[in-house]
Write a protein that binds this ligand. Sequence first.
Ligand SMILES: *[C@@H]1O[C@H](CO)[C@@H](O)[C@H](O)[C@H]1NC(C)=O
Length: 304
Amino acid sequence: MEEVNQSVVSKFIILGLCDSWELQGFFLAIFSSLYLITILGNAFIVVIIITDSHLHLPMYFLLANLSFIDLCLSSVTTPKMITDFVKEKKTISFGGCMCQIFFGHFFGGGEMVLLVSMAYDRYVAICKPLHYCTIMNIHKCIGLVMTSWIIGFVHSISQLVIILKLPFCGPRELDSFFCDIPLVIKLACMETTILEILINADSGVLATLCFILLLISYSHILFTVCFYSKSGSSKALSTCTAHITVVVIFFGPCIFIYLWPVSITWVDKFLAVFYAVITPLLNPAIYTFRNKEIKISMRRLKCQ
Ligand SMILES: *[C@@H]1O[C@H](CO)[C@@H](O)[C@H](O)[C@H]1NC(C)=O
């Protein structure tokens, strides 16, 4: 039966990263190893922080949650991408596509808010050290974590509700390796220019807001470290440069995908790979393995 107008698209065709078979074999090897390292690295951090009671402090709980979100975020797109490398016909069901959009934005949005929470935690620790214990207790920490999940959920579901209402009937080819809003919305059979702007603004506003909050707290921190702190300032500085690196790596691609879509396919694909595969891998490396307490904890674990 031919596709009739208004009939529902049940599958999308994914064009993937590239056409060449040799290159796909190469990517298969690379991305499987990266994914494995991401999963092991992040899981290791969660386990080490939960099991070591020396690390039961707000900063480490937030770190563990970040690793957990990274683990989930990379699992939304990477396994499907990896299995697609060995398939000649790459498709994704409509439901699967919506799931990728939902969970991608749920974890992505949650992670942004969590990064802000972590910056706030460092701000209190460095700029108000005497009040740290009264301001950041375990309840506040749980509150911050819950807030991240809730904002992530609301952000994601608000977009999904709009996308689910769109009619999909005609074109079905996605020139990427996973479903994301900017690409999927272009396939709807209706005029979507305004909707595109609105829905990208949803991600854009969240990202910009988080980015501004992060800028404010890190400027405060850097200012305090540079002008007031005597001892321990280099440690504070190194913690903060680690945080700032992650923030730049995380927000850079986001801004280009949602706020200034460049619409050059290979740039978009590169950013998407960066966002989906590299960032979840870098976070544990940057935040944790440079952290002295975590290194001590790893040594303790080895001795046992
Ligand atoms: C997330 O943070 C909460 C509250 O601080 C903590 O109890 C929990 O163990 C953390 N979750 C993970 C997976 O690390």
